[in-house]
Design a protein around this ligand. Structure first.
Ligand SMILES: NC(=O)c1ccc[n+]([C@@H]2O[C@H](COP(=O)([O-])OP(=O)(O)OC[C@H]3O[C@@H](n4cnc5c(N)ncnc54)[C@H](OP(=O)(O)O)[C@@H]3O)[C@@H](O)[C@H]2O)c1
Length: 324
């Protein structure tokens, strides 16, 4: 089978498009014929050796996929060949077939396309955990989303609206903000042209924002935190801008607010039942059309380097999908 392999840390052009043997399912595993692979921002980091987890070489990037079960290993009774599924494995999905533990695979209905299903787990799984379990977002609260047209940002807009929040989308261009409005944002702020702290205060009538969702970091985190409401929650999601902000702790004291870490990968290891319950909701909402799982562009597997460059160049709205 064909696979994208990372044989040494480097950039997208250092990846190799190779032939490797087909996988065989071990006990408790299934082999899935992959129809769609979703890339995430962290795939740009994992191939460069800049991610918190460094897989042994050679490995395939991409953590999530959708496809059809081809064979099942000993002891697997919950799945059978022909089942349509999505799956999540940390890395290793940019290939034609994936062998994976049956407990990392979720059946999907016929009404959910492989392209939309492939990108559901990471961005929506992270965001449901963040907004529900970590921020305890309540109907009627305001929710500001930074990097709002990106993968996690889009998920925060859509899940924020489903949970009854008033969503303020913040992004770097008017095109991106128009996309955010199409996906349900009530207010928009262009943080490339507007001063973020003042703009957030303005759109909340001076009250400040109840919950801030920050997957970007860099120069935006501190101005956003300075606009938070009394007893607000600031969700630390990621640092797509590259720089990890250093926050003056007196802000937390003065605002009576919480700065809340979100680590979805650790959450699913510690609470697999909670993750399974969240995925059941996400698959159902996506199949019902309540979540877009918007696909920005699709690429053949061989063009994985171009897809990763589009993410790193800040050009993607929603997800990029690979077709093996
Ligand atoms: N905590 C967790 O458990 C968890 C789970 C999943 C992802 N993450 C992290 O969340 C972050 C975002 O992931 P994502 O999948 O949403 O990424 P994404 O789809 O690439 O979106 C990131 C957004 O960040 C903004 N950005 C600002 N400066 C950037 C730069 N220098 N390069 C790229 N983007 C930049 C862009 O929006 P504008 O152009 O509008 O600024 C972009 O839309 C990553 O750091 C990822 O590792 C964390």
């Amino acid at each position: 089978m064909k696979a994208i392999l990372c044989t040494r840390f480097g950039g997208p052009d250092d990846l190799e498009f190779s032939d490797i043997p087909d996988p065989v399912p071990g006990a408790g595993e299934v082999v899935v014929a992959v129809k769609a692979v979703a890339l995430n921002f962290f795939d740009t980091l994992i191939i460069a050796g800049k991610y918190q987890f460094k897989p042994p070489f050679p490995f395939s990037p991409a953590s999530e996929f959708a496809g059809v079960v081809e064979s099942v290993g000993a002891g697997v009774t919950s799945l059978k060949p022909g089942d349509r599924v999505l799956g999540y494995g940390g890395h290793g999905a940019a290939r034609e077939k994936v062998a994976i533990g049956a407990d990392h695979v979720v059946p999907i209905p016929d009404s959910l396309s492989f392209d939309r299903a492939a990108g559901l787990t990471v961005i929506y799984g992270t965001t449901l955990h963040a907004l529900k379990d970590r921020a305890h977002l309540k109907p009627g609260e305001s929710l500001a989303v930074l990097g709002a047209s990106g993968g996690t940002g889009l998920a925060a807009i859509e899940l924020g609206k489903l949970m009854g929040a008033r969503v303020i989308a913040c992004a770097s261009s008017d095109d991106k903000l128009a996309f955010c409005r199409q996906h349900g944002a009530d207010e928009t702020i262009n943080y490339a042209t507007d001063e973020l702290k003042e703009a957030l205060r303005r759109v909340t009538g001076g009250n400040g924002v109840d919950v801030i969702y920050d997957p970007v970091g860099g120069p935006y985190a501190e101005p956003a935190l300075r606009s938070i409401a009394w007893a607000g929650r600031f969700l630390v999601i990621g640092f797509a801008a590259g720089e990890i902000p250093k926050i003056p702790l007196n802000l937390a004291l003065l605002k009576g607010c919480d700065i809340v870490g979100v680590f979805w990968g650790a959450f699913i290891a510690r609470d697999p039942a909670g993750q399974r319950a969240n995925m059941a909701d996400l698959v159902r909402w996506a199949a019902e059309g309540k979540l877009s799982a918007h696909v920005h562009a699709t690429y053949p597997l061989a063009d994985t380097p171009a897809a990763l460059k589009a993410i790193a160049d800040r050009k993607v709205m929603g997800k990029v999908i690979l077709h093996p």
